[in-house]
Write a protein that binds this ligand. Structure first.
Ligand code: NAD
Length: 451
C-alpha cells in the first residue's frame, strides 16, 4: 500500500504484488487456539493480521489498526420497579474515527462485554470504509437481558446510559443506532436525553429514530433491503434464479424478519426460520406474512401451530439443506462443528460475525460462497448515513430516493468486492477486507500521526 503512494492521489489502490493469489483467506486463522476464536476481538485482530500480511502493510500501521481509539465503561444504577437497586454495566467504544465520526449500534444483551463491543466497533470501521461512507467505526452495549425489564426500567436504563456516555457521542463525534434488542423507541429516548442536556433538539445524535422526530423512511428495513440487493446480485453472478432457491433464515428480528419478508413478497421460498427459542421448517415454504404478524404481537415461533410446519432447533436449522442460508441472529453461529454439515450454495451474513474463521475455511473448501457481513448487512449503516445527512440538512427524502441511493452504494461495493475476489482468486471476505483496510490506511497516510 505504502509503495503505491503518490502525491494528491486519493483513489483506492490495491497493490497487485502485495496480495498472494492462492488460498489467502481470512480462514487461515484456524491455526489459532479455539479460545482465541471465541473471543470476538481476538478474532477481529487476527483478521487484520491476515489481511495486513497479504497486503504487505507497514507493521506500524498494522499495530495502529489493531488498537481501538477509546472505550468508556460505565455503571448504570437503576431503581427497579420493586424498589431494589440494580447496577448494570455499559460500554461505548470508538475503534476508528479517522474517516469521520464514529457510527455503530447499541445492543442490550446478557453476553455483552468489552471485547465483544471492541470487535463490533472494529467491524463497523471496515463496513463504513467498504461502502466509502465518511464515517468511522463505533459500537455500544449494555450487559442486560431486556426481556426481564419493564418499560419504565428500560427507559431509565437507556436514559442513564446516555447520560453516562454523553461526552463521547454527538453528531460530530459518534452517532449510535439500533442493534440487537434496541429499537426506534430506545433511539428516541437517547435523542431526548441528549437534547435535554444540550438545551435544544439534536436529532442527528442517533439514527434509527422514529420518523416523527427526525428518523428516515426506509431505515427500519434498510439492513434487510441491502441483503436483498446483494443476494440478487450474487445470484445473477452465479446464474441462479432467486425465486427457485430454497432459503433458510436464522433470527426473525429486524434483520431476519425483513429479509424473509422481502424475499417472500418477491415469490421466493423460505423453508425455515428461527428465533432464540428455535425454528420452524416447511419444505413447501413458510407463510412469512402470517408469521411476522404472530411474532410482532410478542409471541414466539415455537408456539405457532400449523400441521404443515415442523419445529426444529437452531442447530438443525443451520444444517438444513437449502441453497441460501442467512444467519441473521448473532455472532459465532457457524463454527467448525456445524460447518461440515452445512449444505447450501450461498451463506449471506445478515448478523455481524456469524461465521468463525475455522468455519469460513471449511465452507470455502466446500465451494460455498460466503457473502461477508461487512458487505451483506451494510444496508443498515448506509441508510443510517442518509438519516444523519437528512438531519444535518433538515431536509428529508422519500422512500424511492432512499432505496435507489442505497442500491447504488451497496451494489458498487458488491461489484468491487466480487471483481477483486475473482481477480485475486480469494474469498469475498478477504477481498472486502482488503478494500476496506486500504481506504483506512490511505486516510492514515494522508492525515499523518499527530503530533
Ligand atoms: P433483533 O434483536 O431485532 O433480532 C434478533 C433475532 O435473533 C431475534 O429473532 C432473536 O430471537 C434471535 N436470536 C437471538 N439469540 C439467538 C440465538 N442464540 N439463536 C438463534 N436466534 C437468536 O436484532 P437485529 O437488529 O435483527 O440484529 C441481528 C444481527 O444483525 C446482529 O448480529 C446485529 O449486529 C446485526 N445487524 C443488525 C443491523 C440492524 O440494522 N438492526 C444492521 C447490521 C447488522
Amino acid at each position: 500500500m505504502l509503495e503505491n503512494k503518490k502525491d494528491n492521489q486519493t483513489e483506492l489502490i490495491i497493490p497487485d504484488v502485495l496480495i498472494s493469489s492462492n488460498q489467502d483467506d481470512l480462514s487461515e486463522i484456524v491455526e489459532e487456539e479455539s479460545a482465541i476464536e471465541k473471543n470476538p476481538f481476538e478474532m477481529a485482530k487476527k483478521q487484520i493480521d491476515i489481511v495486513a500480511e497479504k497486503m504487505g502493510l507497514d507493521h506500524n500501521i498494522q499495530k495502529f489498526l489493531k488498537r481501538i481509539e477509546r472505550a468508556l465503561i460505565v455503571s448504570i444504577p437503576i431503581k427497579m420497579d420493586n424498589g431494589d437497586l440494580e447496577i448494570f454495566e455499559g460500554f461505548r467504544v470508538h475503534h476508528s474515527t479517522i474517516r469521520g465520526p464514529g457510527k455503530g449500534g447499541i445492543r442490550f444483551a446478557p453476553n455483552v462485554c468489552l471485547d465483544e463491543v471492541k470487535a463490533l466497533a472494529t467491524w463497523m470501521t471496515w463496513k463504513c470504509s467498504l461502502l466509502d461512507l465518511p464515517l468511522g467505526g463505533a459500537k455500544g452495549g449494555i450487559c442486560v437481558d431486556p426481556r426481564f425489564l419493564s418499560r419504565t426500567e428500560l427507559e431509565k436504563l437507556t436514559r442513564r446510559y446516555t447520560s453516562e456516555i454523553i461526552n463521547i457521542i454527538g453528531p460530530d463525534i459518534d452517532i449510535p443506532a439500533p442493534d440487537v434488542n434496541t429499537n426506534a423507541q430506545i433511539m428516541a429516548w437517547i435523542m431526548d436525553t441528549y437534547s435535554m442536556n444540550k438545551g435544544r433538539a439534536i436529532p442527528g445524535v442517533v439514527t434509527g429514530k422514529p420518523i416523527e422526530i427526525g428518523g428516515s423512511v426506509g431505515r427500519e428495513t434498510a439492513t434487510g433491503m441491502g441483503l436483498f440487493f446483494v443476494l440478487e446480485a450474487m445470484c445473477k453472478k452465479l446464474n441462479l434464479d432467486l425465486k427457485s432457491q430454497r432459503i433458510v433464515v436464522q433470527g426473525f428480528g429486524n434483520v431476519g424478519g425483513t429479509i424473509a419478508d422481502l424475499l417472500y413478497k418477491k415469490g421466493c421460498k423460505i423453508i425455515a426460520i428461527s428465533d432464540i427459542n428455535g425454528g420452524i421448517l416447511s419444505p413447501e415454504g413458510l407463510e412469512i406474512d402470517k408469521l411476522l404478524e404472530w411474532t410482532r404481537s410478542g409471541k414466539i415461533l415455537k408456539d405457532y401451530k400449523d400441521k404443515r410446519f415442523r419445529f426444529i432447533s437452531n442447530e438443525d436449522l443451520l444444517t438444513t439443506e437449502c441453497e441460501v442460508l442467512i444467519p441473521a441472529a448473532l455472532e459465532n453461529q457457524i463454527t467448525e462443528i456445524n460447518a461440515p454439515q452445512i449444505k447450501c450454495k450461498i451463506v449471506l451474513e445478515g448478523a455481524n460475525g456469524p461465521t468463525t474463521p475455522e468455519a469460513d475455511k471449511i465452507l470455502s473448501q466446500k465451494g460455498i460462497y460466503v457473502v461477508p457481513d461487512i458487505l451483506a448487512n451494510a444496508g443498515g449503516v448506509c441508510v443510517s448515513y442518509f438519516e444523519y445527512v437528512q438531519d444535518i440538512h433538515a431536509y428529508f427524502w422519500d422512500l424511492e430516493r432512499i432505496n435507489k441511493e442505497l442500491k447504488v452504494i451497496i451494489l458498487k461495493a458488491f461489484k468491487e468486492v466480487y471483481e477483486l475476489s475473482k481477480h485475486k482468486s480469494t474469498t469475498l471476505r478477504t477481498a472486502a477486507y482488503i478494500i476496506a483496510i486500504s481506504r483506512i490506511v490511505k486516510a492514515i497516510e494522508l492525515r499523518g500521526i499527530f503530533p
